[in-house]
Design a binder for this molecule. Structure first.
Ligand code: B16
Ligand code: MG
Length: 223
């Protein structure tokens, strides 16, 4: 079958957002301002560098580029410490069985994440071997909602973008999928992920057949 599923990492496969939050909060506190869980929503799906810009904006801080580098690296050290004990138990419900079911249908599997730590995290979760391709923050120059991450994913899978279905939890990620000409399943709340073709609360709430029907609908529309 000439079809592919491209999965975002944080918020779809594993909930690392809470660890990103704790690490950024420590950085904010070092700079003498607070950072709330609500404000953390702004950082979901956003690259490390852009996240720091948003954080500094929240704190009303203007700092030198060299200091930005130091803070981004400090945040990453804190984050890596927090995810040290991550393992297969941290996979979000339904993830592994959904991917295995898709592989049974000969659907190609890719990761499309903004994280530079994606390879390390997939390995810790014990599912790296299930992916035919991985595009992450070390391989893209333009952040979501730019379609680069998903277009590169389709290319690595050797598939036409219109035959790829993206699974995303962030609005910027859904916009990136749309900008790539791909259909998208939103993972989260439908009032936030309005532009997705279907929204479910997790991969345990959708079957591969249902996901494939979204791609089929597109083909019927194009005929
Ligand atoms: P890193 P995703 C994103 O992952 C996170 O949602 C976002 O909060 C984080 O800043 C970004 O990865 C970069 O992560 O610092 O590890 O490179 O949702 O695109 O899988
Ligand atoms: Mg995400």
């Amino acid at each position: 079958m000439n079809k592919g599923f491209i999965f975002d990492l944080d918020g779809v496969i594993v909930d690392t957002a809470k660890y990103h939050y704790l690490a950024w909060k420590r950085v904010a506190n070092e700079l003498d301002f607070d950072f709330t869980l609500e404000q953390n929503e702004l950082l979901k799906g956003v690259s490390r560098e852009k996240s720091l810009e948003i954080l500094l904006d929240i704190g009303g801080m203007i700092i030198l580029d060299s200091e930005k580098k130091r803070l981004a690296s400090k945040k990453n050290d804190l984050y890596l410490n927090l995810i040290e004990s991550l393992d297969y138990k941290d996979l979000l419900p339904g993830t592994k069985s959904f991917i295995l079911d898709a592989k049974d249908e000969v659907i190609k599997i890719a990761l499309g994440s903004a994280s530079k730590n994606a390879a390390y995290i997939l390995k810790k979760l014990g599912i790296a071997h299930l992916f035919d391709a991985r595009i992450d923050g070390t391989m893209v120059s333009k952040a979501k909602p730019d379609p680069e991450v998903f277009l590169k994913g389709a290319k690595l899978l050797g598939l036409d973008p219109k035959n790829c279905l993206v699974f995303e939890d962030a609005k910027a990620g859904i916009d990136a999928a749309k900008n790539a000409g791909m259909k998208c399943v939103g993972i989260g709340k439908s009032n936030i992920l309005k532009s997705a073709d279907l929204v479910v609360s997790g991969l345990d709430k959708i079957t591969v057949t249902e996901a494939l029907s979204i791609l089929k609908k597109q083909h019927t529309q194009n005929e």
